[in-house]
Design a protein around this ligand. Sequence first.
Ligand code: FAD
Length: 409
Amino acid sequence: MQQFDVIVIGAGAAGLMCAAQAGQGGLRVALLDHSEKLAEKIRISGGGRCNFTNVKVSEDNFISENPRFARAALARYTPANFIALVKQYNIPFHEKHKGQLFCDRKSDDIIDMLAAECNAGKVKWFRPHSVNAVEHDGSQFRLSTTAGVLQARNVVVASGGLPVPKIGATDFGLKLAKQFGHTLVDQRPALVPLTFDSGMWEPFVGLAGVALPVYSRGSDSNAPWFDEDLLFTHRGLSGPAVLQASTYWNPGKPITLNLSGRETDATALQTDLLQATLGAKANAENWFAAQVPHWPKRLVQAWLNKPELQSLAGRKVAELGKKQLGPLAQRIAAWQLVPSGTEGYKKAEVMRGGVNTSDLQPKTLESRKIPGLYFIGEVVDVTGWLGGYNFQWAWASGYTAAHAILDQK
Ligand SMILES: Cc1cc2nc3c(=O)[nH]c(=O)nc-3n(C[C@H](O)[C@H](O)[C@H](O)COP(=O)(O)OP(=O)(O)OC[C@H]3O[C@@H](n4cnc5c(N)ncnc54)[C@H](O)[C@@H]3O)c2cc1C
């Protein structure tokens, strides 16, 4: 049997940060992961360049049953802290847009940095190894693993969420939480492309590959508007606009897209369109195309073929009134459509839901039920927007748990 102060389960973003900090603070740390390759999710993130944080992060960029839960950890370890670490390792990076920071080279820079941080903390690696059982005798945890029995006073669960099972995602953390009496918030894929019934999507299949800037909104009553790019696919919609909306989408409900290119609603747009008819000489089709200059031609054509807009066909602009422009404005500024589903955990970037935050201490990430048991990263019901927020939560929660354990020393 091997004795440690802390056993961290999962050597992904949160687990690496936690193990490194605990080790550098002088604790005997075991870091266990069942995957052959280290931190594959970091490697594939951000298109291979890891959008490792965002310059501006607050709890408002996250969704959780308890929207304030993430605040304490996010304040304890901020984007500036992680940026300082990245600079210390001379990793070149750049800001893409909306404060998103990416590696100039590859995500491996971040993985190598975190592995070096673990080594600096004399973390003992158990890789690839898995856990068969976890027991707690009231003061110590005993883990039966493929590397033998490991024992420690503290266990940190950093086994991540359910997305991308083919690179090692499992429900280990969720099951362990249940074993120790924790409740779970229902999980579902988030930051995920949305799909539509094939009959409903048939008129749009030809638009696959078309992209344009839009405003998007999911179906939750508190869903924010996102100002991002939309991408049509063969099976539905994707692109940052839809990934963001998907996190706030509930099955059976519509998402809303504003394709006007500006912040407006259908009523205001109808007024603007009516105004734009005054003195216009073109036929209605050409006039319409001029109202949406940022739309690719294929999209304009597809819109004109919609049954409710066919009344535009062959008309002169001067003949257009509220009857024609109302539906047109609606379809541009407040296009509502009900997805039939998502592309699932195979394609999702994160999981919504997870270990209920009501059973965790926000300032430490420790279980309120079992002292010495911690949950960090994506397994917790804290889901970030697209844009580096999920990694910042992983770093912040990992750091917070490590220092909470150190504080008890
Ligand atoms: C394609 C893609 C792109 C992304 N891009 C970004 C991005 O650019 N920016 C951003 O902020 N977020 C991004 N994310 C989200 C981000 O990767 C995750 O939110 C983050 O990795 C979560 O960190 P974690 O440590 O909780 O989990 P993970 O990083 O997933 O680590 C969990 C670890 O636990 C291990 N594990 C799982 N089950 C077991 C088990 N039973 N036994 C032992 N080990 C186990 C896994 O092998 C893994 O190493 C992306 C996600 C995907 C899928």
